[in-house]
Design a binder for this molecule. Structure first.
Ligand code: ZN
Length: 227
C-alpha cells in the first residue's frame, strides 16, 4: 500500500466507523411514542416554576437561580414532547412572572390532560441531594390522585434512570398548582442547588437535558401503561 493511502486509512477510518455507528443507531431506534398507540393527542401543560422577579431558590456566589433552570428544563421538555406528537401548553416560555392562580387557570382553560410543574430544590443544610416528585391527594377526586401518583412514579423512575441522581421518592404535598389543577398533576424537584456536587451537575446543560428527557420518557411511559 502506498504510504499516502495507508495514512489516509489510519487517520480517517475511525471517523467513518464512528459516523456509521451513529447513523445506524439513529436508524435502528425510532422513537415509539405512546401518541401513535393510544390514538389521541394528549395535551401536556408544562409549568416552569418561578420567573421574572420571583427567582425561586437562588444564591449569589456561585451565581445560581432556580427560575433559569426551570425555564431551560421546561423548554426542552416542551420540545421533546412536541417531537413525540404531544400537544404542549407552556404556562411561561420566557423569563416572566406568572402568579400561581394564573398558572392553574392556563392549565384548566387549555383542557390539559396532564400538568407537570418543574422546580429545583434548596435547603439550609448543604447535604440533601436528589430528585423527588410530588402529587396532591384531595378528598374530592381519588381518580385524579391515583393517576397523579402513577405519573409521579413513572417520571421519577425515568429521571433517575437518565441522571443517575439519588431518588428521594414520590411524595404527597399540598402545593397550590398541583392541588388546584383539574387534571393529573405532579411537581418535579429536579435536584438541590444548595448541594455543591449536585449544583455542579445542574449548571451543565447536558445534565438538564437528561432531566428533561427523563420527564418526557416518564410522561410517555405513563400513557403506554395506561392504554
Ligand atoms: Zn421552586
Amino acid at each position: 500500500m502506498r504510504r499516502g493511502v495507508f495514512f489516509f486509512f489510519v487517520l480517517f477510518l475511525p471517523f467513518f466507523c464512528v459516523n456509521a455507528a451513529i447513523s445506524k443507531e439513529r436508524r435502528s431506534s425510532p422513537v415509539a411514542s405512546a401518541v401513535k398507540e393510544i390514538g389521541i393527542i394528549p395535551t401536556i401543560v408544562i409549568d416552569a416554576g418561578h420567573g421574572g422577579l420571583n427567582l425561586g431558590a437562588h444564591m449569589k456566589t456561585p451565581f445560581c437561580e432556580e427560575k433559569r433552570f426551570t425555564l431551560l428544563t421546561a423548554r426542552l421538555v416542551g420540545k421533546y414532547l412536541s417531537h413525540l406528537g404531544y400537544r404542549v401548553v407552556m404556562t411561561r416560555a420566557t423569563d416572566t412572572f406568572i402568579s400561581l392562580p394564573r398558572r392553574v387557570e392556563i392549565a384548566n382553560h387549555s383542557h390539559g390532560d396532564l400538568f407537570v410543574s418543574i422546580h429545583f430544590n434548596s435547603s439550609r443544610n448543604p447535604i440533601p441531594q436528589g430528585v423527588e416528585v410530588f402529587f396532591s391527594e384531595t378528598n374530592e377526586d381519588h381518580h385524579r390522585a391515583l393517576q397523579s401518583r402513577k405519573l409521579a412514579a413513572s417520571v421519577l423512575s425515568r429521571v433517575i434512570r437518565r441522571t443517575k441522581a439519588a431518588s428521594r421518592g414520590v411524595k404527597k404535598a399540598d402545593f397550590y398548582v398541583i392541588r388546584e389543577t383539574l387534571m393529573p398533576s405532579i411537581l418535579v424537584e429536579g435536584g438541590f442547588i444548595s448541594n455543591a456536587h449536585e449544583r455542579s451537575f445542574l449548571k451543565d446543560p447536558r445534565y438538564i437535558e437528561k432531566i428533561a428527557r427523563g420527564i418526557v420518557e416518564g410522561i410517555d411511559h405513563y400513557y403506554k401503561i395506561a392504554k
